[in-house]
Design a protein around this ligand. Structure first.
Ligand code: ADP
Length: 206
């Protein structure tokens, strides 16, 4: 996807740093957003995927209403690395197809950009699809305040989840642009616009 005229922009940053907020601001600037979290949730409920999960793990992963139980799936894959790798082999190619279809639509619609909002952008190798990666920089104390408010996590939970991801300094180092999200949404919006203008200039001159 990387040499097209619609620039592909990846988002990176710590948990609760404001990636989804930045994605919304980029949508306001005319970008189409691929939200990996919600696409993965939808993928899990596709009939063929459900069939594969039941075949491997039994009917216990399906709720009484017929939907796949995300908590049951999470329990299995967090306890067993081999099962996690298997689930990824089922989900990732499908997510890629969804992303490519969304990107093609963005090109047809003449979108200003295409944004990949994926919590594990580098870990999943999605940065390779991007023309530019924006790192959303937010102090840890501020992130903790946000995730304890919105998700009810304490410091230990934030740390546990962060440890499962690539080191933050490494993510920052591997990103092309940095926007600060230290609290003021207007300042964040301005930073996003500035980074986006630069990305557009660079991709337009290629
Ligand atoms: P991420 O996608 O990186 O996990 P989110 O964009 O979901 O982070 O932000 C986490 C929470 O913090 C959300 O509830 C969001 O509305 C809030 N938030 C993000 N940036 C700001 C800001 N500058 N001011 C106030 N609240 C913010």
């Amino acid at each position: 996807m990387s040499r097209a005229r619609v620039p592909v922009i990846g988002l990176a940053g710590g948990i609760g740093s404001g990636k989804s907020t930045v994605a919304r601001f980029l949508a306001d600037l005319g970008c189409v957003v691929s939200d990996s979290d919600s696409e993965a949730k939808a993928c899990l409920q596709q009939v063929p995927v459900k069939g594969l999960l039941v075949e491997r793990w039994g009917g216990g992963v399906v709720e009484a209403d017929g939907t796949v139980s995300r908590s049951a799936v999470a329990k299995i894959v967090f306890a067993d690395e081999e099962e996690r790798v298997w689930l990824e082999s089922v989900i990732h190619p499908r997510l890629k197809s969804t992303r490519v279809a969304l990107y093609e639509r963005a090109v047809q619609e003449g979108a200003a950009g295409f944004v990949i909002d994926a919590p594990l952008l580098f870990e999943a190798g999605l940065h390779a699809e991007c023309d530019a990666v924006i790192f959303v920089d937010c102090p840890r104390a501020e992130r903790l305040r946000r995730v304890s408010g919105s998700r009810g996590w304490d410091e230990a939970e934030l740390e546990r989840r962060e440890k499962a991801q690539l080191d933050l300094d490494e993510k920052r180092r591997r990103s092309d642009y940095l926007v600060r999200n230290a609290g003021d949404p207007d300042a964040l919006r301005a930073g996003v616009r500035e980074a986006f203008d630069q990305i557009r200039r660079v991709s337009g001159s290629r």
